[in-house]
Design a protein around this ligand. Sequence first.
Ligand code: NAD
Ligand code: ZN
Length: 257
Amino acid sequence: MTEQDARAVEALRAELEAARRITLFTGAGISTESGIPDFRSPGGIWTRMKPILFDDFVRSEDMRREAWRRKFKEGEGALWKAEPNQGHRALARLVSEGRAGAIITQNIDNLHQNSGVPPDRVIELHGNATYARCLDCGLRHELAPIRQAFLERDALPVCQSCGGIVKTATISFGQAMPEAAMARAQAETLACDLFVCVGSSLTVYPAAGFPLLARRNGARLVILNREPTDQDEVADLVLNCEAGPVLAGAVGLGAGG
Ligand code: NAD
Ligand code: ZN
């Protein structure tokens, strides 16, 4: 651990210990140490391909085929194999100790849940890429059979219950934000006296509005990110470090988590 990291660990520990109630907020940066590229990494899948807009997915069978082709053939493979890292485990500890009420995440990788956080403590603003849902009735569909039918027969999934269009449970560009998740995120943001952002460039709205709301509501704002973010100026503490080791150190997880 560098000297800068060691100082960051101490500063973050002091913030966490002084807080009455913490709200955690995460972006793609907490999962890069698990091998999932973030939005900005050169070569990351989100930068190589133009995103498929929600309306195009609904309107066009070709677009749906392209979306599933990308998912199953273009190496979203990292998402299937990824395991939580020490940063996820450190945040899970803050939740299990009752110090953090919830984790608001922009991630779609399910790694907070996989690190042991109860699903009802994870607020997903952009949905979840590890399963699918019917766009009409909302029924959950697992990916494994969809994948098999697509790879073997080029078949597109339809809802087992109502015949509707099935899509991964992510929020696409042009798709409405999930209302319940937005409302819960707002409530958790307003309930905390410490709001900690980890691994987010804080450029994607409306998600990036939550740290600003917390700050306006009188909470302290901490930003832990490898590089500067759009909201460093309004933060009470900015730590430009690798997330995993600093989080693990600050909550007292042993080396390697
Ligand atoms: P972003 O890519 O815009 O920002 C990630 C930030 O994390 C960057 O500023 C980067 O410097 C920082 N970072 C990367 N690795 C880090 C590390 N180990 N330690 C500390 N900082 C690190 O991500 P975003 O703000 O979450 O927005 C991107 C959008 O793309 C989101 O809407 C999200 O839904 C989606 N996305 C999700 C995943 C995922 O689920 N894992 C991955 C990529 C993109
Ligand atoms: Zn249905």
